[in-house]
Design a binder for this molecule. Structure first.
Ligand code: GAR
Length: 196
């Protein structure tokens, strides 16, 4: 059973899909969420962790020096013996000390078809607004390995959705989120099975 550390900053619906599939879905007996770490003390995802009785920490990035923040995160990951780190709506870049320690063990989900619509500033709603503005016919979600840059690591799974002519950014976001909830557990399973 692999131990997952899930990093969040907000609502945590992807966290919920990982918890659900580890309890009664494709990750059952394969992976468990050992710890949830939030960069935002008000993130609803922390509530989800508490409800599921999962150890959780909030590291308030606004109140801490970056070095201290990074060190505390690394300490928690080690203490909880995390095998894989899953960034799920986590809006910060991971520091080199963590990326180098967990090479090919850090996953991220991005709400677009990378390499399109990725990079600094391309997160959450900004992504869907840019996609609609560019009149794309398709968008989707990508789970990839995280490296020291934004959204550039090797792609693990990607799945697309069609965009209709009158779709707003909100509509595209909802379609993509549905795909995210399906492919994140699938990607985690794939990575674990490939590491066996
Ligand atoms: C998700 O759509 C995720 O792909 C996106 O934030 C949302 C978080 O939702 N992440 C990024 O934009 C990272 N670049 P959630 O908190 O409900 O899982």
């Amino acid at each position: 059973m692999k131990r997952l550390a899930v990093l969040i900053s907000g609502g945590g619906s992807n966290l919920q899909s990982i918890i659900d599939s580890s309890k009664d879905g494709i990750l059952k007996n394969i992976a468990e969420v050992a710890v949830v770490i939030s960069s935002n003390p008000d993130a609803f995802g922390l509530q989800r962790a508490k409800t599921a009785n999962i150890k959780n920490f909030s590291l308030d990035c606004k109140k801490m020096q970056r070095e201290e923040y990074d060190k505390q995160m690394l300490d928690i990951l080690k203490e909880c013996k995390a095998d894989l780190i899953c960034m799920a709506g986590y809006m910060k870049k991971l520091p080199d000390i963590i990326v180098s320690e967990y090479k090919k063990k850090i996953l991220n989900i991005h709400p677009a078809l990378l390499p399109k619509f990725g990079g600094k500033g391309m997160y959450g709603h900004f992504v869907h607004e840019a996609v609609v503005k560019a009149k794309e016919k398709k968008s989707g979600a990508t789970v990839h390995f995280a490296d020291e840059n934004y959204d550039t690591g090797e792609i693990i799974i990607q799945e697309s959705v069609n965009i209709e002519e009158n779709d707003t950014a909100d509509i595209v976001a909802a379609k993509v989120l549905k795909i995210e909830h399906k492919i994140y557990p699938e990607a985690i399973k794939k990575v674990i099975e490939n590491h066996k």
